[in-house]
Design a binder for this molecule. Structure first.
Ligand SMILES: [Zn+2]
Length: 394
């Protein structure tokens, strides 16, 4: 059955905004997008009108950990990053049983869907590797995260990960955690196994100290948990440059956080066509500093956006992330570019652009309708700043 959705403004995002726009949908697929008056309404029985509204593609959360949803509010904001990591290690023994972890995750997945998200790159350490059943949830791209600093164990860790995914979920990707927790050998082996990876990178000053001098709190943590590797060579460079030297920077690599990076490293990211996933509210929560979003955007780096987890964020709300990033950068990055980070760019970075990210014929009909639009507002800013009075998610 064909349905025509009509709104004051349609933001396809890969094409200019359409005033009095409409979108023809059949079997959950977009057939056509254009000005309302150009559609032949003869064979269309269902016309759904949204007055004073803006339609955008659904959001894409390019980095989250639904598995940690049970940790909401457990670690207070504003501590040091290494202090936060220590707390996370302490909480490992307190992880609830699988069914409880799943319940918390499903609840958050449903909340995320009702806040406009259709797709999420979701990190698991194993508990949530299988499908999550929800009444109305998001589509998950499952990323099975592995770490281990002892270089001699790299091969066996990857083999165990492959067995785990073959047993539980063939579609899961294996991804490395971070350079301070994962040996260079393991990072390279994972990248060689499946090219599409994401990695937590340059998130804190502690990481910077560890990479440049080999000491600091991360060294202490690795020693205290018995994971320090005497054979490890201090890179004496920034984390991005380090990944460049490991040969793992390319268009399939998503760099999550990228807070403590320098202009040369921005050049490395751009020349490799890697994407960066900004997590502004998680960075704020952990008090680690601010990613150079404006500089990355000016350099033409593909920027997407994620909430990270409820262990380092109060909510998994993409619209809050956009609003914060927009205001944090004092509106230097235009609102429509920020909206793209939460939609189209996420689809590009995750390799799902053929189905998601824009209102384009042939793509899945996943979209958000934002009500309460005054006709003089900039439509992207109206969405990004959460000026809307209601959201309907399709
Ligand atoms: Zn994360």
């Amino acid at each position: 059955m064909k349905k025509l959705y009509k709104a004051s403004l349609l933001l396809p995002l890969n094409a200019p905004a359409i005033k009095n726009g409409a979108m023809l949908v059949e079997n959950n697929t977009i057939l056509e997008v254009g000005e309302y008056h150009t559609f032949n309404k003869k064979n269309i029985r269902h016309i759904i009108e949204f007055p004073h509204s803006v339609i955008t593609p659904s959001f894409i959360n390019a980095h989250t950990h639904l598995e940690l949803s049970w940790m909401k509010g457990k670690i207070p904001a504003g501590k040091s990053f290494a202090g936060w990591v220590e707390k996370m290690i302490q909480y490992q023994n307190k992880t609830p049983a699988d069914n409880e972890v799943r319940q918390y995750a499903v609840e958050q997945m449903e909340l995320m869907r009702s806040a406009g998200v259709i797709l999420a790159a979701d990190i698991t350490n194993g508990q949530l590797i299988k499908k999550l059943e929800a009444k109305r949830g998001v589509k998950r791209i499952v990323q099975l995260e592995k770490l281990g600093f002892n270089s001699e164990k790299a091969e066996s860790i990857l083999e165990a990960a492959i067995q785990q995914k073959e047993k539980c979920n063939h579609e899961a990707l294996v991804v490395p955690h971070a350079p301070y927790s994962t040996s260079p050998q393991l990072i390279q082996k994972i990248k060689n196994y499946n090219s599409k990876i994401s990695i937590h990178i340059a998130e804190s000053k502690d990481e910077k100290e560890f990479m440049s001098a080999g000491g600091g709190k991360f060294r202490d943590i690795l020693e205290s948990v018995g994971s320090w590797d005497e054979k490890w060579t201090v890179p004496r460079m920034g984390s991005i440059e380090y990944l460049h030297h490991l040969g793992v920077l390319d268009s399939d690599t998503i760099l999550v956080h990228a807070v403590h990076i320098n202009p040369t490293e921005i050049d490395f990211i751009k020349s490799a066509n890697s994407s960066v996933c900004l997590c502004p509210l998680s960075n704020h929560y952990l008090n680690v500093g601010t990613a150079p979003a404006y500089e990355l955007w000016k350099a033409g780096v593909l920027l997407c956006m994620g909430t990270d987890s409820l262990a380092s964020n109060a909510k998994l709300d993409m619209n809050e992330e956009m609003k914060y990033l927009y205001l944090e950068n004092e509106k230097r990055i235009p609102a429509d570019e920020i909206l793209k980070m939460a939609t189209l760019n996420g689809a590009k970075a995750l390799g799902c652009e053929s189905s998601f990210g824009s209102l384009t014929a042939g793509k899945q009909a996943s979209f958000n309708v934002f009500g309460g639009y005054g006709l003089t507002d900039d439509p992207a800013e109206f969405v990004v700043r959460k000026k809307w009075s209601k959201i309907d998610c399709y």
